[in-house]
Each structure stands twice: as structure tokens, then as C-alpha cells.
Design a protein around this ligand. Structure first.
Ligand SMILES: Nc1ncnc2c1ncn2[C@@H]1O[C@H](COP(=O)(O)OP(=O)(O)OP(=O)(O)O)[C@@H](O)[C@H]1O
Length: 254
């Protein structure tokens, strides 16, 4: 293809994109107000009577429908930070606002209520009930969140369909592969429609193909469920799908 023709092809592609864009409804990709704001956060543990400074002044933001990754070596403080973002732990110093709610000054009961309604968690080791089927595992999370029982069936089926497991919903965890179990855990974590999903090393136990499937499911649920995802990882190969990567070294971002 000559220079002119390739230029013409590009022009046509741009014009047809522009036409599609003008027909599509306007959906802003990134809203301006952050979902979560972390300001000057420090976390110190007392170990054997000595202070251990694990987080040393962290500032970050999560915006609606972003996929954000925390990357760093083992022991750098990623899980400690994720626990704080999810309201499971509180900073020694600094502020964490989930929307307008000050996680740093709210008590355990107040944070638990926010967590149950608005946050979903995914762990490295799936955390499924071994005797319950995929369907029953997801249903359990709706029951725990206090969702009315008449809504369960539709929502459970929808969530399992989203993660590509509609045909496996009556399997128990031991009848599923590691990647499939992690996808059930994702369905379980999004069932109550949280606005934020936190995942601690969700791909660590999986081979690269299964890890790629999990990242593809994350991209789908950001789009369809309007969720924001913050995850920790060691894996450099999955970083390219992130909207933002925070690199942590010894309790600080670099
Ligand atoms: N409750 C605690 N009490 C004392 N020390 C703690 C506590 N929680 C975490 N630490 C210490 O804080 C440091 C950071 O731990 P953290 O689990 O946040 O690291 P990480 O980056 O998530 O590591 P990994 O990738 O191995 O999970 C470690 O030295 C750990 O021993």
C-alpha cells in the first residue's frame, strides 16, 4: 500500500470512529470526584516493644471505574495499605476518605457497615465455602449483605454469567480449577453491588493464562458493574492493563 492510500485508510478509520462516537451517548470515562483518598498515611506496629514503621507517608486516589495496582516486593506494605483502604485497619497517622466518610476516625462498627454495603474483597486463596456450590457461595454473600431473598436468584445467575461460569454454577469448589474458583470468588465479591473491589494478589496462585482471564473479568466488571478495583500484585506481566500503578518500596511510593 502506497503512502497516500495508507493515509487515506487512516483518515477513513478516524472518520468512521468519529461517526460512531457522535452516535454514541456521552459517558465520561473518569469522573472528577475520587471514590477514595489516602492522605499522608502512616502505620506503625509495636513488635516486641519496638515500633515497626510499615507505611511511611502514603498518598493516593482511586477514581470511579479505575483499575489500580499496588506493586512491590514481599514485605513492602501492600497488604497493610489494602487493609486500610478497605476499612479493616486504621492508620497511625493520616487520613483515608471513602467518598466523604473518614475511615481514619470511624469506629469498627461504623466501618463494618460501610464495608458490607460498599466494598468487596478477593483474596489469593479464594476463600470459598468448600461444601457449598458456586451458586450457594454467591448466594451466601447476598444473604450476609441483607439483600431481599426474592432478588437472589437473578443476581446470583447474573454474577456467575459475568465471570463466565453460568455452566458451572452447581459445581463445588473442589470440582473447579483454580482460575474458576477465583472467578466464583469474584462473583461472590461483586454480588451485593459494591462500588469498590479490593483484591490481594488475586492471580498469585494461577498460571499466566488463568491470570489473564481474571484480568479480563476485572475489565468486564468495571464496565458492566461500574466498580473500581484496587489490587496488589508481584506479577509484572499484568501491569499493562492497569489505569494506574503505584510502586511501593519499603512503605513508600516511588
Ligand atoms: N499486624 C502486624 N503486626 C506486626 N507487623 C506486621 C503486621 N502486619 C504486617 N506487619 C509487617 O509489615 C510488613 C509489611 O507487611 P505486608 O503484609 O503489608 O507486606 P506485603 O507487601 O503485602 O507483602 P507480601 O507481598 O508478602 O504479601 C512486614 O514486615 C510485616 O511483617
Amino acid at each position: 500500500m502506497g503512502w497516500w492510500r495508507s493515509k487515506q485508510a487512516t483518515k477513513e478509520a478516524v472518520e468512521s470512529d468519529a461517526t460512531r462516537e457522535s452516535e454514541a451517548p456521552y459517558i465520561p470515562t473518569i469522573e472528577t470526584k475520587p471514590l477514595l483518598t489516602v492522605e499522608s498515611v502512616e502505620r506503625t506496629f509495636q513488635v516486641g516493644g519496638q515500633p515497626l514503621h510499615v507505611l511511611k507517608g502514603i498518598a493516593m486516589e482511586l477514581r470511579p471505574r479505575q483499575l489500580v495496582m499496588l506493586r512491590g516486593r514481599s514485605g513492602s506494605g501492600k497488604t497493610t495499605l489494602l487493609n486500610m483502604i478497605g476499612g479493616l485497619d486504621q492508620p497511625t497517622k493520616g487520613h483515608i476518605f471513602f467518598q466523604d466518610l473518614p475511615f481514619h476516625s470511624m469506629n469498627d462498627d461504623e466501618r463494618t457497615k460501610v464495608r458490607r454495603k460498599h466494598i468487596g474483597f478477593i483474596f489469593q486463596a479464594y476463600a470459598l465455602m468448600p461444601l457449598l456450590s458456586a451458586y450457594e457461595n454467591v448466594e451466601l454473600s447476598l444473604r450476609m449483605a441483607g439483600i431481599p431473598s426474592q432478588e437472589w436468584k437473578k443476581r446470583v445467575e447474573h454474577c456467575l454469567d459475568l465471570v463466565g461460569l453460568a455452566k458451572r454454577m452447581h459445581h463445588r469448589p473442589f470440582e473447579l480449577s483454580g482460575g474458576e474458583q477465583q472467578r466464583v470468588a469474584i462473583a461472590k465479591a461483586i454480588a451485593h453491588r459494591p462500588s469498590m473491589l479490593l483484591a490481594d494478589e488475586p492471580t498469585a496462585e494461577l498460571d499466566s493464562q488463568m491470570a489473564a482471564q481474571i484480568m479480563s473479568v476485572f475489565q468486564t466488571i468495571i464496565r458492566t458493574e461500574q466498580v473500581t478495583i484496587c489490587m496488589t500484585t508481584h506479577d509484572p506481566t499484568i501491569l499493562e492493563v492497569a489505569d494506574h500503578v503505584y510502586e511501593m518500596v519499603d512503605g513508600k511510593f516511588i
